[in-house]
Design a protein around this ligand. Structure first.
Ligand code: ADP
Length: 321
């Protein structure tokens, strides 16, 4: 193998740049030429490809976002889109591909390998930490700390005004990030998409907290659990908690300087992805488990999605007493 491609796809996550840096430099040391593909699969279809050397990734280890930019690409879901992408790969002589993204991006990589035999290695990059087969995804730790910083600040004003706050964090299909925000931020309650929201139970627990002397409360809501605005409205309609405030942390969680943990994870997984291609691996993802870097089939990502441990809900509730 002489030429490899690298792209970032789906939602951006802090630490993607550290992954690109690690892959480009590992490839260079091993005599490979790296082509950076801009805007994910869309750029692969459109031919947005540029060679990248070690100096092209200087000063990016501490930068959020992705220097290759990212996109969502409907055309790549169809075999015709993937056929166009393969033409771009052939044009540049790219023999293997590193895909940094979430499980949607992995599905695309899996199809590319199945239909056209292109060796693809996935690197888990998403703030949701919901990819199966790896304990952590690149970007999750940074996003968690960003959300926590916001929650801590909101707690200051909530305490000062004896207020109830609903804080919405990202997580369309996964409540992992929200649950950990709730536990680490000392929230009074957490609403996640994994369970249907039980507003009567929420109100009962808020009342109980007030009876036990709590003057302020924070409810963390994963966006997929029905939005913080909706939760505030329903609670206000059904109870005396009518003067709540809503904060949507939103895309703030996507950006920012990656934490040390994410930089190290990104460096190790980016390095491992290039070595996997050099060793002739295909249709695999790099994963982190118990301090070890492993390779797992790409399909692990969507077949065994990571969920928060079922005890976490009980833990959050107990510690909010
Ligand atoms: P993530 O990778 O973060 O899960 P998405 O689910 O948006 O993000 O997927 C990113 C891109 O991967 C999509 O825009 C599409 O190009 C490709 N993709 C997603 N799902 C599939 C699929 N089932 N088959 C082929 N390509 C897919």
């Amino acid at each position: 193998m002489k030429n490899i491609g690298i792209l970032t796809s789906g939602g951006d996550a802090p630490g993607m740049n550290a992954t690109i840096r690690a892959a480009v430099r590992t490839a260079h040391v091993n005599g490979l030429t790296v082509y950076g593909i801009e805007r994910g699969y869309q750029g692969l279809i459109d031919g947005q490809v540029k060679p990248m050397g070690p100096r092209d990734v200087s000063g990016v280890i501490n930068k959020g976002g992705t220097i290759l930019r990212t996109a969502r690409c409907e055309a790549f879901r169809e075999s015709e889109g993937r056929r166009q992408a393969v033409q771009t790969l052939a044009h540049h002589g790219i023999e293997g591909l590193i895909v940094i993204g979430g499980d949607g991006s992995y599905r695309g990589a899996h199809d590319l390998h199945t239909e056209h035999g292109i060796p693809c290695i996935g690197v888990p990059g998403t703030i949701d930490n919901d990819i199966g087969g790896t304990e952590y995804t690149i970007g999750y730790d940074t996003a968690l700390n960003t959300a926590l910083d916001a929650i801590d600040k909101i707690r200051d004003t909530a305490d000062s005004h004896d207020r109830l706050f609903f804080i919405e964090v990202m997580g369309r299909n996964s409540g992992y990030l929200a649950m950990m925000c709730g536990v680490a931020g000392g929230a009074e309650a957490v609403l996640v998409p994994e369970y249907p929201p039980d507003y009567d139970a929420l109100i009962a627990s808020l009342r109980n907290g007030a009876a036990l002397g709590k003057r302020s409360a924070i409810v963390v809501v994963a966006e997929g659990a029905g939005t913080a605005m909706e939760a505030a409205r329903i609670v206000s309609e059904r109870s005396a908690f009518t003067d709540s405030r809503v904060v949507v942390i939103g895309h703030l969680q996507r950006g920012g300087v990656p934490t040390a943990f994410d930089r190290i994870l990104a460096s190790r997984l980016g390095y491992a992805a290039v070595n996997a291609l050099l060793e002739g691996e295909a249709d695999k993802m790099t994963a982190w488990e118990g301090k070890e870097v492993l390779l797992r089939p790409l399909s692990t990502a969507w077949e065994h999605k990571t969920r928060f441990h079922e005890s976490m809900g009980c833990l959050a509730q107990t510690l909010a007493s």
